[in-house]
Every structure is written in C-alpha cells, then in structure tokens.
Design a protein around this ligand. Structure first.
Ligand SMILES: [Zn+2]
Length: 313
C-alpha cells in the first residue's frame, strides 16, 4: 500500500543547518529522510517551504530552500519532481517517490505576483497564504483580530487559480478561509489540520469548514501534531484514528489524507516518529477499516485530488 504525505518541514531543517544530509542522514535530527521515504512505500511527499521568523521577509530564504530541494532532495536516485499529473502517473508506473513543492506562507513575496509566477516556474504547485501570523495577503489563525483576505490577497488567489497552484487552508484565519472559498474557482484543501470537534485547537477545522471542503471535492490532511490531536498533548495512533472516524462520520471518508508535519514537530505521536513508522498507522487502520478504505486514507484520496488539480502536462 503506497503512502502520500502532504506536509513536512524537512526543507526548513536543511535551510537552518547546511551540514545536514537528506540522502544519507547520520545526524539523527531529520524525521523525513530518503531512506525512510523508501521504507514507507512513499508515492508522494510534499515538501513545504517554511521560513522561520528570524529569516522571513524576502525572497532569498525561499529561493535558498528551493535550491536545497533541487540539490539535496531531487538528486536522490529514486525521487522525481511532480509538476503535472503525467509526472504522478510516471511515479506510479516506475515506482518513483514523487516530490511536490509547496509554499507555507507568502510573506517573502512582499505582494509581488511576479514572484509567485517565478515560484511556479521553479516547481511550486501548492501554497498556504499564511503561517500563524498576518502577512500582506491575509491573517493567520493566531491573529486576534481575525481578518480575512486583503485586496492583494484577493489578487493572489486569482493568480494561484490561473497558474494551477493549489490553495492550502491550514494556518489561515477562519475569515480568510471563507474569503478564499468564495473566491476560488478550484477546490481548496488543508494540508495539515484536524477536526475541531475532536480537539478544540484554532489550527483545526470546524464542522462547517470540513463540510465545505468535502462539498467542493477538496481534501484534508490529518496531522500528527499531538496538540492538534487531543488536549493533553500526549497522543497515540488511536487519537489520529478518532479524527479520521469523525471526519468520515460527517461525510468525508473520501476526502481524508495524511499531512504528518514531520520535521515541523518535536513531540511525536507514540510509535509514529518518522515516515518509516507509518506502517503502525496503516496496521491500526486495517483493524477498523477495509483495505480499500485504508488505502483511501493513505494515498488514493490524495491521488484523486492531485489528478484533478494538477495539469496534465
Ligand atoms: Zn504548518
């Protein structure tokens, strides 16, 4: 059974420490490594460009992250850059690990949509507008004022639609979410967010948001961040399954995928500390769901979404 994971932050770790080696990691400080992606039976891994606060502000760290993606990730022998749905089919046929590039927060573009077009030329196919704070495009979930899209943010959404950059709703304020949903002519997705009804955290989605994503044929990546799984902050695989059960119970069974947040977390779900351990989640799912349903959560749902959203060539 193949695995698709729609969110990890390993590029950020590579950006902060140039000595780190993705292909043969000996530091032990990376969650996502080439070997572990192979062990997990990965069909596709999304690599987020996340720029930490101290470096954030312009294009340089974004372009540095893309360079690291090309130099350290795409140079691994079995990894293939996914730009189109043809690339995805190639990965399936040839047993390659697809690598999708996404941007987590548009801060560094400084409102310049030419930079968005340049990032698309370099391979970016998904974008979240914000991290937790506000930027020129929108407010993040942790902004008290709870603003939505700015006028520039509206232009950004239209440009993403035109270019074929998928819109990631994780981290965006709720008002921003509704603004984007109203405006976007493509289905939105959430790369790494859980259900607010199960764990009342601002980073999770409420029922209305979940149902809206489902109705629009979008998709939600269940994330392994312990504080988004339960209020104790100590989580097990059963907690992940509780969120899957719930989203399934409100009509989302075919709209659930995985969005681990590996390398963006330092507290882990028990027995799920890196991609090589996703087998434990698979086995737990198989005790509760059919092979077909489990495969849906692990890869097939995300695959259907990607086939619909990526251009053919
Ligand atoms: Zn994140």
């Amino acid at each position: 059974m193949k695995v698709i994971d729609f969110h990890c932050d390993v590029l950020c770790k590579l950006l902060l420490d140039e000595k780190l080696n993705f292909k043969n990691d000996e530091s032990g400080s990376l969650d996502v490594t080439y070997k572990r992606l192979q062990d997990a039976g990965t069909l596709l891994q999304t690599f987020a460009i996340y720029i930490p606060k101290k470096l954030n502000g312009n294009m340089t760290p974004i372009l540095d992250s893309i360079d690291l993606f090309y130099e350290k990730v795409l140079t691994c022998p079995n990894i293939h850059l996914v730009l189109t749905s043809d690339d995805l089919e190639y990965c399936i046929e040839e047993g390659k690990i697809g690598a999708l590039l996404s941007l987590e927060g548009v801060d560094g573009l400084q409102g310049n949509l030419a930079m968005l077009r340049n990032l698309h030329r370099l391979g970016v196919r998904a974008a979240g507008l914000t991290w937790n704070q506000a930027n020129w495009a929108a407010d993040g979930v942790m902004e008290q004022r709870g603003g939505g899209l700015t006028a520039k943010g509206v232009e950004l959404i239209k440009e993403c639609n035109d270019l074929g950059i998928m819109l990631d709703m994780s981290h965006l304020s709720e008002r921003g979410f509704w603004d984007v949903v109203k405006l976007s002519d493509k289905p939105v997705f959430a790369s790494h967010s859980n259900a607010r009804a199960i764990c009342n955290h601002p980073r999770n989605l409420n029922d209305q948001q979940i149902k809206t994503i489902i109705e629009a044929n979008g998709i939600i990546g269940i994330t392994y961040v312990p504080t988004f799984l339960n209020s104790s902050g100590k989580a097990t695989i059963d907690d992940i399954i509780r969120h899957i059960d719930y989203i399934g119970s409100i009509g989302g069974e075919n709209h659930i995928m995985l969005g681990s947040d590996f390398d963006g977390i330092d507290v882990y779900v028990e027995r799920l500390a890196h991609p090589g351990q996703v087998i434990a989640l698979k086995n737990a799912l198989l005790k509760r769901y059919s092979a077909n349903q489990t495969e849906g959560f692990l890869s097939k749902n995300a695959l259907r979404f990607l086939r619909g959203q990526l251009s053919t060539s």
